[in-house]
Design a protein around this ligand. Sequence first.
Ligand SMILES: Cc1cc2nc3c(=O)[nH]c(=O)nc-3n(C[C@H](O)[C@H](O)[C@H](O)COP(=O)(O)OP(=O)(O)OC[C@H]3O[C@@H](n4cnc5c(N)ncnc54)[C@H](O)[C@@H]3O)c2cc1C
Length: 350
Amino acid sequence: MKSAGVRGPVSIEATEERKSRVLVIGGGVAGMSASRALSSLGHAVSLIERTGHLGGRAARAGLAFPDLRPCREAVSKLIDQVTGDPAIEVLPSREIVSWGREDGRHAVELDDGRRIEADAVVVATGLEGVPAALVPEYGHGRKGVLTAQELEERLSAGAPLIEGELRSAVFVQCVGSRTERRGVPYCSALCCANSIKNALALKLEDPSCEVAVLYIDIRTTGPGQEALYREARRRGVRFIRGQPSLVTERDGRLLVCGENTLLRELYEIPADLVVLATGLRQSPSNLWMFDDLGIAQGTAGFPCLDGSRASAEGIFFAGSARGPMDLPAAERDARACALDVHEHLRGSRS
Ligand SMILES: Cc1cc2nc3c(=O)[nH]c(=O)nc-3n(C[C@H](O)[C@H](O)[C@H](O)COP(=O)(O)OP(=O)(O)OC[C@H]3O[C@@H](n4cnc5c(N)ncnc54)[C@H](O)[C@@H]3O)c2cc1C
């Protein structure tokens, strides 16, 4: 189903004069930014998005760290630019079903039977959340226990976070991240800044609400993130080192139990809302696609590209498909990717 604002295929007459066609897979911020940059470099683009909507995760998020501006603002502008660009053919609700090479070009078939030939391919398929069910003791599915992504979706839709009054909220970090057994072994890079952002937003809205963040380490590496962390502490958000061992219920409220590993004290925090910062991973269906594309995979399915951003087959990667990154980084990465594709195509023509 096509959503408002996303057009079907445009006429390619407008692109006949274009040098080469590039297939971009994934219509998040990275895929859209790469498409825009490729268009401005003179290439025709076919942009495939698996859902009916452009924008990826950012289109379903509330406020963006570090400046707490609505994510939708930045994303809507990019969507308008992409859908208004005659050199970019937007193909929502489509996926690739088969793949091959013909006369040095990539030839793909989509699930609607359509065939596209392209001179280069950009994979911008992003990441998905590690399933919260991998850590069942945190009680995802109980009333009031949400993943960070579910919280973002409620915030973005303006929906109530819980039924009733919110007196206490607890954010649990590294759920299915930095673990060898139940999730992914690496740091998902943006969950600390994301939880701090939402913890601060709750405090700003209601200073009497008790807000705690339970962490292994706090990692605020991007611009403005440390300032956000300090501001959250200044406003009274409590940061407690030590993930909980259990989220349960007592007297009709959630109860978060664990050990403060700095003070060596047990804690029990009554809560109305518990937010699980689940890690980020490659989606299993995309790992199959990478196999079909002949892309070697390293740690947890990330492409092994030997320090470059392209596979030997001339398939390029952009944005968080290369590893977890925030929105500005995904945009920058995608523009840099477009330049690499441009260089590659120039080289292959000369
Ligand atoms: C809970 C959460 C909160 C966040 N908050 C912030 C924040 O406050 N500030 C900030 O800067 N960053 C934030 N981020 C990070 C931000 O969401 C990412 O930087 C951004 O989404 C990366 O964009 P992307 O295009 O690489 O991936 P995505 O946004 O994931 O987009 C990928 C797109 O590809 C599509 N796709 C996937 N597979 C296929 C396929 N096989 N065929 C076709 N299409 C496919 C998907 O449907 C999706 O539309 C947050 C992330 C999370 C998880």
